[in-house]
Design a protein around this ligand. Structure first.
Ligand code: IFM
Length: 449
């Protein structure tokens, strides 16, 4: 993206009560790996060649030790809420929940709403050894995890997220083998999707039993654009859209899988499972949005795409989106696709759709004078506002991410933070985008005063 020196015009006014936040996840920032049980990402990063820079998240941003400093950064930014995840491997360790107790206390003391996510990809190795999400039992174990966490911090936490991006965990972790646990099962990975969704339903029940009333999920979505109007491209794009989008939203919102997919799911009583997944499990629906995808008919060779290898045997191929700037991840910057996505959800689900919250949106760029990130956030917030103007009920927006952090298979090579982290000294330096967002939020408040 071309850096612009021109000051941007003020953002339009967002509705009173609109929830502003920043997001992180446990494995990507916490460090203190010696004070928790091992996760599948520890095992995966220990395998040669899995992580681009050969790194691990053993120290990451050392957030367990520095969480007060990080909460102060959240407070000074002026957002309402902080989305973090609770590491299941830490919860399994004696004393592990003490950290989340302290973190929630600190957030409350600083006037920041805590928004925990109960699973953000870091499955305990001991659960993986019993089959992980390929096994139905993991859904029940996840509900136990939810019950344990809500029993400890539920007196101060009102807003919950069960899962983060079950689609990526299914597809990257189990279908393509690019993420932990590294399985390459292609379509045989589908049980992982169903068991996570079932886990969402069972965890929501556990949270409800403890009195929770604001339960959501953070699902990743993006518009799928057919590469052409040729039938083969349109059909391939439709299949991609089902696998990446509707497979994870239809069961939650409509209580059914897209046509042809229910038959592929495991279990003896799909109808009963779908009730668990969909009945009273969502008070709001979280959308993580980064980019649209252009998709066409399958090709004849493997395709390298944003650090992933997409095998030729897939029934679709991902194509380059041209004519838009790219982030350091090579992801196209297309803010209008967020308006398209949000209005598309409203059009597809109508009255069945719970209020939406954008639970992640952000970009990877180097440098602390990150004008590209400012332009990215500014563009996406205006795009969100256009969806509000068109009557879509969006109640909040969370930037990914507060801090630069360990970006999974990319290690420390991609920086998504509003705050730069020097991984040698652990010094935090707010970037230009941090100052821009702080000022934009001040202007929002002033416009309502
Ligand atoms: O860093 C990830 C996050 O863990 C899940 N959503 C996408 C982000 C950027 O890749």
């Amino acid at each position: 993206m071309t850096a612009t020196e021109e000051p941007l015009s003020p953002l339009p006014s967002f509705p009173p009560g609109f929830l502003w936040g920043v997001s992180t996840s446990a494995h990507q920032i916490e460090g203190a790996a010696d004070r928790r049980a091992p996760s599948i990402w520890d095992a995966f990063s220990a395998e040669p060649g899995r992580i681009r820079d050969g790194s691990t998240a053993d120290t990451a941003c050392d957030h367990v030790a520095r969480h007060r400093e990080d909460v102060a950064l959240v407070r000074d930014l002026g957002v309402d809420a902080y989305r973090f995840s609770v590491s299941w491997p830490r919860v399994l360790t004696t004393g592990g929940l003490d950290f989340y107790d302290r973190l929630v206390d600190e957030l409350c003391a600083q006037g920041v709403l805590p928004v925990p996510t109960l699973f953000h990809w870091d499955l305990p190795v001991e659960v993986q050894e019993r089959g992980g999400w390929l096994e139905r039992d993991t859904a029940a174990r996840f509900a136990d995890h939810a019950a344990t966490v809500v029993a400890r911090i539920g007196d101060r936490v009102t807003r919950w997220i069960t899962l983060n991006e079950p689609a990526e965990h299914t597809l990257l972790g189990h279908a393509l083998g690019e993420h932990a646990p590294g399985h390459k099962l292609l379509f045989d990975a589908l049980p992982v999707a169903h068991h996570q969704l079932l886990g969402h339903g069972l965890a929501a029940r556990a949270l409800r039993a403890a009195g929770a009333r604001e339960i959501g999920i953070a699902n990743s979505h993006g518009p799928t654009w057919p590469a052409s109007t040729e039938q083969a491209d349109v059909e391939a794009a439709d299949l991609y859209d089902i696998i990446l989008n509707r497979l994870f939203s239809d069961p939650l919102i409509l209580g059914r899988y897209p046509d042809g997919f229910g038959e592929l799911m495991p279990g003896d009583d799909l109808a009963a499972d779908l009730k668990v997944i969909s009945e009273d499990t969502l008070d709001w629906y979280g959308i993580n949005f980064y980019q649209p995808t252009k998709v066409g008919a399958p090709g004849t060779a493997d395709v390298e795409f944003s650090g992933l290898t997409l095998p030729a045997e897939l029934p679709f191929s991902v194509r380059e989106i041209e004519g838009h700037p790219k982030t350091d991840f090579d992801w196209p910057v297309v803010p209008e696709a967020l308006t398209e996505l949000l209005t598309g959800f409203r059009d597809r689900y109508g009255d069945r759709l719970p209020p939406l919250v954008v639970t992640e949106n952000g970009c990877a760029y180097e440098g602390v004078d990150d004008r590209e990130r400012i332009a990215y956030l500014d563009g996406h917030l205006r795009a969100l506002h256009r969806a509000l103007e068109q009557g879509v009920d969006v109640r909040g927006y969370f930037v990914w991410s507060l801090l630069d952090n360990w970006e999974w298979a990319e290690g420390y090579t991609k920086r998504f933070g509003l705050v730069h982290v020097d991984y040698t000294t652990q010094v935090r330096t707010p970037k230009a985008s941090y100052g821009w967002l702080r000022d934009a939020l001040r202007a929002q408040r002033a416009s309502r005063a």
